[in-house]
Design a protein around this ligand. Structure first.
Ligand code: ME8
Length: 515
């Protein structure tokens, strides 16, 4: 049975350890984590990969300027990445570092295979190189000031002996792949950008440098190191057994989703597409280019001095509140604003008020009116029935939205149902029913329905806010282990056993006082 389990392989980009990670990086990893957790909940065998992209001239220069060897400098920063992902409850199955021997082996083998095929050749490179972006540009691609079109910093003219990868040979095939497979590249707007980019003509790609040595040597010609993007992209093959576990590789490749920022879609579709075609390996099923977190209209970056440190935010508000904000506020694929006031408003209204109060009121009433016990419920009134139907509808709609990567819509639909549940309390007025002996059955129905709605909400929010979901599970005292809960459990109403005793309410989110 295990063998037939659906699999899902999802990756984030591997991050440069050139600076502290900011909330923009946390955004990308949080989305990937929510998708990975959703897929596990939906019964998939998931492999979720993140990591660090550790080579290149820029890192070597930075380390040396601090009197350190590159690896000494990088080790410290990567330890910080790992701590951040742990504190943000990122559930990655592996963390790949491109400095690891397991990765070097793969990169060199890929280089060797493509070279053997005749698609890598030696030549002379003269070009315009942007060191901060580790990218080569042509004259035509530069911005209006003759600078890098991505970061707008000056480019350097570089001339050296180098190896080239015959990208031009694969340009038509990659173009056809993008055109024939509408699901390969999303959102749709990015597809057109890439199609136009290829149609302008693809030159062969320079894939080695001799001007520094912090990288993976070209096999058999060690004065060259392999271009960082050629090195970095292959990280996606390494941890799923590319060279050492055929069965595992067959299980997880092609990747289901490379989630990346919009500025690196080009590398993940065109360059990566060409490399894979040269290797005769299938292309990933989907590359999704998400938008950027913007601070007052500008992309967050260290050089602009507008970075927001996610660690400080987690210290102040907790990981789940940050995750909630990122997943809810920004429509995937578009740019979105990060704003502290908006974060506090969301915490107070959506988390403390809507969700926190629903749990608190419900458990409090069950405790007060029925000694914490959920008595048998009947079909109840029309209102009860429509409330139950809405819970199931919400779970089904949520599944559809998450499958289609409409993450913020999925968050919103759960909150709509939380709002509905609070309104159900106001409409049914359990405190009034509790005063009338003849309404005992009605009261039991309402309290049971509320407990069930919370059980369902807890499941649906578990990919977004795993710690909060677990708290709800524990306060409801659901007997099944939290880790074994499945999405189907949210699509059936009435799973809590009769005469089940719930726990006492504990606050989920304190209100943030705004000074
Ligand atoms: O590009 N908002 O690494 P990186 C949203 N090493 N996303 C942001 C962001 C922001 N303000 N700032 C950065 C690299 N990101 C390469 C990847 S993969 C084989 C190699 C996202 O650390 C950015 O869009 O510069 C990108 O997807 C990711 O962080 C890594 O950026």
């Amino acid at each position: 049975m295990c063998e037939n389990k659906k699999t899902f392989y999802i990756t984030t980009p591997i991050y440069y350890p050139s600076a502290k990670l900011h909330i923009g990086h946390a955004y990308c990893t949080t989305i990937a984590d929510a998708v990975a957790r959703f897929k596990r909940l939906a019964g998939y065998d998931v492999f979720f990969l993140t990591g660090s992209d550790e080579h290149g001239q820029k890192l070597q220069r930075t380390a040396e300027s601090q009197g350190l060897k590159p690896i000494e400098y990088i080790d410290k920063i990567v330890a910080g990445f790992k701590e951040l992902w742990q504190r943000l409850e990122i559930s990655n199955d592996d963390f790949i570092r491109t400095s690891e021997p397991r990765h070097h082996k793969v990169v060199q083998e890929i280089f060797r295979r493509i070279q053997e095929k005749g698609d890598i050749y030696k030549g002379e490179y003269t070009g315009l190189y942007c060191t901060p972006c580790e990218s080569y540009w042509t004259e035509l691609q530069l911005d209006e000031n003759g600078c890098c079109p991505d970061c707008h910093r000056p480019v350097e003219k570089v001339s050296e002996e180098a190896y080239f990868f015959k990208m031009s040979k694969y340009a038509d095939a990659v173009l056809k792949h993008i055109e024939d497979n509408p699901d390969f590249l999303e959102p749709k707007s990015r597809r057109n950008e890439m199609i136009n980019f290829i149609k302008q003509g693809l030159e062969d790609l320079c894939i080695s440098r001799t001007s520094f040595d912090w990288g993976i040597p070209v096999p058999g010609d060690e004065k060259h190191v392999i271009y960082v993007w050629f090195d970095a992209l292959t990280n996606y093959l390494t941890p799923i057994g590319f060279l050492d576990d055929e069965k595992k590789f067959a299980k997880f490749w092609p990747a289901d989703l490379h989630l990346v920022g919009k500025e690196i879609v080009r590398f993940h579709t065109i360059i990566w597409g060409c490399i894979l075609m040269a290797l005769g390996i299938e292309l990933p099923k989907k590359v999704y280019g998400h938008g950027w977190l913007i601070i007052e209209g500008d992309k967050m970056s260290k050089s602009k001095g507008n970075v927001v440190d996610p660690m400080l935010l987690i210290d102040e508000f907790g990981a789940d509140a940050i995750r909630y904000f990122l997943l809810r506020e920004i429509t995937l694929g578009q740019d979105g604003n990060f704003n502290r006031d908006a974060l506090i408003t969301r915490i107070n209204s959506d988390l403390a008020n809507d969700l926190g109060n629903l749990l608190h009121r419900t458990l409090n009433m069950i405790g007060k009116f029925q000694k914490g016990i959920l008595y048998p419920a009947t079909e109840g009134t029309e209102l009860d029935q429509s409330f139950r139907a809405e819970a199931i509808e919400t779970a089904k709609e949520y599944r559809r939205m998450m499958e289609e990567m409409q993450i913020s819509d999925a968050v919103k639909i759960v909150w709509k149902f939380i709002g509905r549940s609070n309104k159900y309390i106001d409409e049914t007025m359990p405190w009034k029913l509790a005063k009338d002996e003849n309404s005992a059955q009605e009261l039991s129905n309402v309290l049971y329905n509320l407990a069930e709605s919370l059980r369902i909400v807890g499941i649906l929010i578990s990919p977004f806010m795993p710690a909060t979901a677990k708290k709800i599970h524990e306060q409801l005292k659901i007997s099944a282990p939290f880790e074994e809960i499945k999405l189907e459990d949210a699509e059936t109403f009435g799973k809590i056993e009769v005469n089940h005793e719930v726990g006492k309410p504990e606050q989920l989110f304190p209100r943030i006082e705004v000074k």
